[in-house]
Structure formats: C-alpha cells, structure tokens
Write a protein that binds this ligand. Structure first.
Ligand code: IMP
Length: 459
C-alpha cells in the first residue's frame, strides 16, 4: 500500500506536516524528485528539525529513500544526517544508485545563469542549489550518478569529460574567469575526484546505496507500507507547470513511478493526496491571476496590481500565515485560491483525497473569495491554459463565501470535522466538489496536532 503526497499549487502548501502526520503509518518514506531545494520543518519530541533533502520520516525512525528521480548533493546529505545524529537520532537513509549527483559547479552555474537572466528580468528565482544544471546534465547524458561515485575509474572518466565543458561554459560563454570565482575548485578535476571518491567510499561503508526500484519492491513484498513524499508543487512541475518559472523535475504523481522505479499501477493502487493551501502564495515572478496585493520586484506590472484594500488584505494574510520564504525570508505574493489551477492539478495528478491547510489563517475575514474560473479572450476557462503568456492574460472570475470566525483551533482539531465553523466547511466542500476528491485532512494551525483528520489514507 502506498500514499503519494503531491503539492497541488506552487509549493509551500504545507506538505511536510501532512507527510509527518500520515507518514506515521508508513515504514518507508521515499522522495522521487528534486533535491535540497525543498524545505520542511519537523517537530519531534519538542525538537525542531529543518531538512531539505533527507525525507522527513527519517526523524521518526522510518527508512528514508532518495529515489532515482532525485538529484543529490552529498554535502547536504551528510550534513543533515550528522545534524540528526548529533541530536541522538540514528537516521537510515538510502540513496538510489541511479540518482544524479549535484556537483559544486552545478551551484555555480545556477547562480551565473540567474544573474545573466536577471539583466532582462527573466530570472526564475531558483533556490540556487544547482538543481536545474544537474537535471540538464542528466538529460544531456553527461551527468554523474551516485553509482558512479562507487567506482573511481568511472568517476574520473566522467569528470574528465564534463568538467572542461563547464569551465569553457563559464569562460567562453559567460566571460568569467574560473580562478576569480569564490570556489575555483568546483572546476578542478583532481579536487572534485578526491572529494567525490571519498564520498563514494562513505556511501559504500554506510551501505547507503540501493537500486531503489528493487529496494522498494522488496519492502512492499515484505508487507511494508511506503509513502512517496513529493517536493515542490504541480504548478512548478517542468512539464505541467508554469514554464519557464518551474523547477526541473516532476513533482506530479507520475513522477513517483518514474522517480522510484515502481510501476504506475503501484502508485495508482494506492492513494494520491493533493495538498492544498486554502489561499495562494507564490515566491518570485510569473503570473498569478488571483493575486491580491503584490510584491515589488516579483509581481509583474506591480503598479497595475490590486487596490489599497486588496493590498491590505494581502498583507494581513501574509502576516497571519507567516508567508515568508523559509530560506531567503522573502515575502511571498498572496492571492485567493485559484480553482482553474487546482482543476488542472487534480486532472494531472488524479487526487484520491485532499489535505487543505491554513483555513485558520483566513479566519476573521468577513468575506473569503476564490477564483472560480478565468476569462480569456471573451471565453470562460475552468482550467488554466498551457502557456504562461495565456495564463498571464487570464482574469479571474471571483466567487464569494461568507467568512468564518477565529476559534480555538486546537479544540477543533480534537473535536473533529463537525467542529470546524460552518462557513469554513462550506468553503472546504466547494473545493472538494469541484476537484471531485474527498477531504482527508484540514490544517487548522501550524502544529502537528492542529490537523483535523477526516480519513487516514493508510486505514
Ligand atoms: P529550483 O528548483 O531551485 O531550480 O527553482 C526553480 C523554481 O522553483 C523557483 O521559482 C523556486 O522558487 C521554485 N521552488 C523550488 N523549490 C521550491 C519549494 O520547495 N517551494 C516553493 N518553490 C520552490
């Protein structure tokens, strides 16, 4: 039995909390895409753990797997494992030999390309972790995989092929001098070989590398339950998202099959839970038809965005929801829930259930709106269009709901679904009806206990 957790919007939907909650019943928690661009906080026994690569289940004694669809920065991997060990935990993390390795030059190239793009306001606003450049090398068949670190001859051959190309890219295309960079060793074959050969030895000594497909298949044959922890979100999926303002992997449910080596039938036999934030946030640029206020520097055509009242509302929601980037502290753009986005997301992922977070953040507002549909060139659209340019021209048709009061949300979490204020339930049921999926959980506060569980997908 598997449960796949997928972000239905632009990331930051509160997936970590749901993985933590439902993952309790899982024996193995596997990531299938992305790398250390994710960010999740787990609170366990009063201790706060911030993880970006290691699956959060590792904090609770689950086996954590980084599938072949992930890109792995071994420095981050070992840093996170050591931090957990220092806190007295004994994380069991396995890494797919087919996963690609983020090398130091990938981070450098990520930064250079963003700088160059920013000259024409075309930057994506990446996390700077080298994610895109690593997936580029994977697709370009010049990447280095975790399994290659275990064989020094293969590692050296691969580095000797790829590093001169990267050096030439920096020097000949971008016109920078590698020796002037902060870490010129990132482009030095011998230095890279030494560091990554040692990493290979460490992975082998720790018995950490696996054939993810075989490992997970065997675990399931032994009756173990598996959770697939999607990172990022559907609208930043490289195929189904808002290209080019996307990450370079597939956070969507199909990624769980490709990124672990399990059959799509295995994923489809289980549950696919879409995580929805009750409103919308976005970090960085790109369209956002239901945007309320806007953030200078991120919101396109900032001057034309919203009026004073909407701006106030956006600020209120941002403050109540703590909507600031976990790593950068950047304020997130805020908008109403966007149903055409969610219908697209539900179709692409096939959600069997939903977890809707942060309804407490909207409490106290007199009126809560959603973008029910879009208007584009005189036509009503129920799902977002495929191109970013068209999406940018969509106007949201708003639908209004009566607001709900702020209540003792911890008590609501204890008492269950019926204790949620009626107007909030009307809102939740509208979303569930539109997406044709049941509400499995409702997030009513930041703590692990502040979730109303309607149905546990493992039961
Ligand atoms: P990258 O994944 O670092 O290449 O960044 C590409 C885009 O995805 C940028 O717009 C990032 O802000 C966004 N992104 C990457 N990871 C996350 C995440 O965990 N939450 C929200 N946005 C993310």
């Amino acid at each position: 039995m598997t449960v796949t957790i997928v972000g239905s919007q632009l990331g930051d939907e509160g997936k970590g909390g749901v993985v933590d909650l439902f993952g309790d019943a899982a024996d193995v928690v596997a990531r299938y895409q992305g790398g250390d661009n994710a960010g999740h906080t787990v609170v366990h026994d009063g201790e706060k753990y911030k993880l970006s690569l290691v699956p959060s289940g590792a904090v609770r004694g689950k086996v954590g797997v980084l599938g072949n669809g992930c890109v792995v920065n071994p420095r981050t991997l070992f840093d996170e494992i050591e931090t957990l060990q220092e806190k007295g935990l004994d994380p069991d993390v396995r890494v797919a030999e087919r996963a690609h390795v983020i090398l130091p030059f990938h981070r450098v190239l990520d930064g250079i390309e963003e700088d160059v793009k920013s000259e024409d306001d075309q930057e994506v606003g990446t996390t700077g972790r080298g994610i895109g450049p690593t997936y580029e090398d994977k697709a370009g068949r010049r990447g280095i995989r975790v399994g290659d670190l275990l064989d020094p001859d293969v590692l050296r051959d691969r580095l000797e092929y790829v590093v001169p190309q990267k050096r030439a890219l920096v020097e000949d295309v971008y016109g920078a001098d590698v020796s002037d960079l902060e870490n010129p060793d990132a482009f030095d074959v011998d230095a890279l070989f030494e560091e990554f050969r040692e990493i290979g030895e460490r992975l082998a000594e720790g018995n950490m590398t696996v054939n993810a497909s075989a490992f997970l298949t065997d675990a399931m044959a032994d009756g173990e339950t598996v959770m697939f922890e999607g990172a990022q979100g559907t609208i930043i999926d490289i195929d189904h998202g808002n290209y080019p303002y996307v990450t370079s992997s597939n956070p969507t449910a199909g990624g769980a099959a490709v990124g672990t080596g399990l059959s799509p039938t295995v994923i489809a036999d289980g549950e696919i839970v879409g995580i929805v934030k009750a409103y919308l946030t976005r970090v960085g640029s790109g369209p956002l038809p239901t945007e309320l206020g806007g953030v200078v520097g991120d919101t396109p055509d900032y001057d034309e965005q919203g009026d004073g009242e909407n701006e106030e509302l956006a600020t209120y929601i941002r403050e109540e929801g703590g909507e600031y980037g976990t790593v950068t502290g950047r304020p997130r753009r805020v908008g109403w829930l966007d149903m055409p986005m969610l219908r697209h997301s539900a179709r692409v992922n096939g959600f069997t259930g939903l977890a809707i977070n942060h309804i407490d953040v909207l409490a106290g507002l007199e009126e809560v709106k959603v973008g029910h549909s879009y208007e584009l060139d005189g036509e009503e659209l129920l799902a977002m269009p495929p191109t970013t340019e068209e999406w940018g021209r969509c106007e949201a048709n708003l639908k209004s709901f009566d607001g709900w009061d702020d209540v003792d949300w911890s008590a609501v979490a204890d008492e269950g679904y019926e204790a949620i204020p009626e107007n909030a339930r009307t809102y939740l049921e509208y979303v569930a009806d539109e997406l044709e999926a049941d509400v499995y959980a409702v997030g009513v506060g930041p703590g692990r206990g502040e979730t109303v569980v309607v149905e546990n997908p493992y039961e």
